[in-house]
Write a protein that binds this ligand. Sequence first.
Ligand SMILES: *[C@@H]1O[C@H](CO)[C@@H](O)[C@H](O)[C@H]1NC(C)=O
Ligand SMILES: *[C@@H]1O[C@H](CO)[C@@H](O)[C@H](O)[C@H]1NC(C)=O
Ligand SMILES: *[C@@H]1O[C@H](CO)[C@@H](O)[C@H](O)[C@H]1NC(C)=O
Ligand SMILES: *[C@@H]1O[C@H](CO)[C@@H](O)[C@H](O)[C@H]1NC(C)=O
Ligand SMILES: *[C@@H]1O[C@H](CO)[C@@H](O)[C@H](O)[C@H]1NC(C)=O
Ligand SMILES: *[C@@H]1O[C@H](CO)[C@@H](O)[C@H](O)[C@H]1NC(C)=O
Ligand SMILES: *[C@@H]1O[C@H](CO)[C@@H](O)[C@H](O)[C@H]1NC(C)=O
Length: 633
Amino acid sequence: MRLLLLSPVIHLLLFLIRPSLAVDFLFNSFAGADNVSDVLLINDARVQSSVVRLSNDSVQWSYGRAFFPSRITMRGAAQTNSIALTSFRTQFVFSILPQIDTSPGFGLAFVLSNSTSPPGAIASQYFGLFSSKAFPPAFPLLAVEFDTGRNQELKDPDDNHVGIDLNNIESVITQPAGYYNSSGDFVPFRMRTGQNVHAWIEFDGINLEINVTIAPLGVSRPSRPLISYRDPNISKYVSDEMYVGFSASKTNWIEAQRVLAWSFSDVGAAHEINTTNLPVFLPESSSSRLFAGAIVGISIACLIFVLIVASACYWCWWRKKKAEQQVDEIEDWELEYWPHRFSYDDLAQATDGFSDERLLGSGGFGKVYKATLANNSEVAVKCVNHNSKQGLREFMAEISSMGRLQHKNLVQMKGWCRRGNELMLIYDYMPNGSLNRWIFDNPEKPLEWEHRRKILTDVAEGLNYLHHGWDQVVIHRDIKSSNVLLDSDMRGRLGDFGLAKLYQHGEVPNTTRVVGTLGYLAPELVKVAVPSEASDVYSFGVVVLEVVCGRRPIELSANEDETVLVDWVRNLYSKGTIREAVDERINGECSMEEVEVVLKLGLACCHPDPTRRPNMKDILALLLGRVEPPIPQ
Ligand SMILES: *[C@@H]1O[C@H](CO)[C@@H](O)[C@H](O)[C@H]1NC(C)=O
Ligand SMILES: *[C@@H]1O[C@H](CO)[C@@H](O)[C@H](O)[C@H]1NC(C)=O
Ligand SMILES: *[C@@H]1O[C@H](CO)[C@@H](O)[C@H](O)[C@H]1NC(C)=O
Ligand SMILES: *[C@@H]1O[C@H](CO)[C@@H](O)[C@H](O)[C@H]1NC(C)=O
Ligand SMILES: *[C@@H]1O[C@H](CO)[C@@H](O)[C@H](O)[C@H]1NC(C)=O
Ligand SMILES: *[C@@H]1O[C@H](CO)[C@@H](O)[C@H](O)[C@H]1NC(C)=O
Ligand SMILES: *[C@@H]1O[C@H](CO)[C@@H](O)[C@H](O)[C@H]1NC(C)=O
């Protein structure tokens, strides 16, 4: 409650030249702030223990916005016919803390908006402000994004950047997060660690320029801004009066986006925020930090010691690694693993020195090249980076057992090669590429229904083999249409065992890192992070829906209730109009009863309760036409 001191100090002055109200306020804390009279909390935003939390952890698609309750006059009477706007300055302190540090992030945005509810905003991504890249709202909206997730589709440079958005989620300018120190060097830092970040924004309404500066709390204000963006067009995105505040959103992945303090002024410098007693939100494990004050001295001493030891170790390691890379030596343990070892030189020659022209794609685990071996056979070479020898050895043990998996519906592994800590896996080359290309990138020549059904059956056979056909259960963990490859006979084969792990039958797998692809992940994985046969079945169900409906699992350009494929189909099913979901391109060319059966099978696989999903044996039997379809609930 000590933090209440200055909050909120709001001066509303009558300005003489412009018949508008000047706005100048400081929230050094939000303790006791009242909705509507102090701050306007939209949707899931709440004031919680003196800070504003923008999203709600227990809501799956959550978004929230917090605005200053009255609009700011951005174009006074004197300015109506010019492009000039009101200038303002603001500073605030925010904290972004994902629950799982490897999960995709979202971040938050400082926003000027004509309305507290921008039309078309979706609740999952895009800071709860935009609908999608393809449909920018025809709406005055200007945002400064503090983005902690990378969305390549939007040309995000990385998962830790600051950008300016004009009515469009695709930023007009972005910069990696960091600041320029007093000697002019760029010092990068990560925003999604929970540490408090101090941000300053200056908006020059005469020259139409926005400056954004950020620094970790405790670093004094950098004199050079991180972003300085000048563009007369800014005027188009600002209406006469605008709400000013913050917005954020999240999906399954929990991320706490907090605003701790905020000051704003359109008459002069914004009030300085007193940062001495701001709360700190760090991951649970570092909560001992609260005692930091007392042990700071000891820590520094320890740190120096650790640094010396660490750099010594690093130096040894580096020398060793260097030596390793020079001699492509074979270590004893490698001989245990199956004999098919390729030489690095052969692979380099077969891929023209790993040239970009040979690149087939780059996935989560590394790049894949097309290689032509000396005997003219074509293979795909997947390069996997691994950072420790121990890890590599375990990985090899796994991979070698994978090498023994043989099935007509799996992409066959042919061999491997190691160089330093880089591992190369050699697979059969699949001339027809991946299934998603056939479904989505080929609108002129869509796949016929018979083909689609055949490929789904192939995938089911492959997956059934992994789950039930071997002495160990193999959980694939990353089933998606881009991992289904088509061979020269258009037969579907499951690829990418890079993520798969082996489990003994009946043994409880333990893993703490969630792997997989958004859109295909079973809902229970977010809570328990333990992949199972049922979670594979879920992902398979998503692929089935994708193939039958000709839609991606998450279609951001669709209406809000059509964004998530599984939910959309389930809705149509409950309305009794499931046939509307079927891809128009196959309509009419086949029996709709048959298509409907497969669609319902897909839904049954995506049952939210893992225990009620069918297993691969039943699914396969159904696809082969041997049993009656299940009823999805
Ligand atoms: C705050 O007030 C607005 C406007 O009355 C309302 O829509 C919103 O739900 C309220 N938020 C909370 C958290 O009560
Ligand atoms: C978050 O959402 C849940 C479920 O809707 C609700 O019970 C809870 O009160 C919300 N939490 C806050 C802090 O609003
Ligand atoms: C901004 O909002 C106001 C009030 O809701 C509305 O009258 C005005 O038309 C909006 N301006 C634009 C450009 O949409
Ligand atoms: C600024 O950062 C650079 C690189 O991190 C560092 O070498 C330099 O000492 C820093 N300057 C000051 C004044 O801290
Ligand atoms: C923005 O930054 C530039 C470059 O440092 C500076 O010249 C300009 O005066 C700044 N503008 C404002 C409004 O602070
Ligand atoms: C402003 O908008 C016009 C037309 O939309 C465009 O041609 C121009 O490049 C924009 N200016 C800047 C600086 O982006
Ligand atoms: C900041 O707040 C602390 C107590 O929370 C107080 O002791 C200190 O004087 C304040 N500093 C300024 C500059 O107001």
